[in-house]
Design a protein around this ligand. Sequence first.
Ligand SMILES: Nc1nc2c(c(=O)[nH]1)N[C@@H](CN(C=O)c1ccc(C(=O)N[C@@H](CCC(=O)O)C(=O)O)cc1)CN2
Length: 286
Amino acid sequence: MSAQILDGKATAAAIKADLAQRVTALKERGVTPGLGTVLVGEDPGSQKYVAGKHRDCAQVGIASIQRELPATATQEEIEAVVRELNDDPECTGYIVQLPLPKGIDENRILELMDPAKDADGLHPMNLGRLVLNEPAPLPCTPYGVIQLLRQFGVEIAGAHVVVVGRGVTIGRSLPLLLTRKSENATVTQCHTGTRDLSAQLKQADIVVAAAGSPHLIKPEDIRPGAAVLDVGVSRDENGKIVGDVHPGVAEVAGWLSPNPGGVGPMTRAQLLVNVVEAAERAAAGA
Ligand SMILES: Nc1nc2c(c(=O)[nH]1)N[C@@H](CN(C=O)c1ccc(C(=O)N[C@@H](CCC(=O)O)C(=O)O)cc1)CN2
């Protein structure tokens, strides 16, 4: 068996084409969506992701506002930039690129953001809304995972999904999305404290690997025909991405997201969706 590829690049391109039309319609009504990014430090991965986000903005007609601070920036300096973007009318949505350098209180920064401009869905108010099943911007990677599964017709309702990882950008919120009535999946969340990860993985119809542990998920862990999404990003000595999923899984799985080219582009597309939706709400006077 060779898995069907869950092509995130092509799916994201289709989402962006639709967004470009919606941005044109917004501009005709006098509203230009603007995405702000706050990048602290010189981590090459984060620099690449932020550059990609602005490239996407240019493609769909969203204005870009970039703020960069050195790795030595203090908590107060970062908070000042967050306050500035909260007050900037040109900035209709923004993100603070994570992780922030050691010593910075990340949660305090996220709490300081205007929840109405939170393009990542990571503000505690928006995560709370997700828990309460109220409308909120959805965290980009988790929603990107769901969109990719939908696009390729992978059945989510009734599926047993094993999520590996409990980080703030995906592991914490993906189970919340998957167990909503609209998705209706059953979720097991695994992490470094899980006693027998392989036994859990073997039960899964869908595996989402977001542990950041190179080739953690082996072919023998996967039930033949299962869908496997590789969200983990580690880098080898040449800076090349190594995912959480061993390449041999392609011979066992029914569907597999490549890495790169799978969930990463979907994360960026969902960010644009959140920016455009916020601008549409603003244009409607909501
Ligand atoms: N504020 C946030 N910080 C972080 C998030 C997030 O959603 N919000 N998620 C990750 C990083 N991330 C988004 O910022 C991200 C990861 C990957 C990609 C991407 O397009 N990857 C490409 C490969 C790029 C490369 O070669 O390195 C792919 O998978 O094809 C975009 C965004 C942590 N931080």
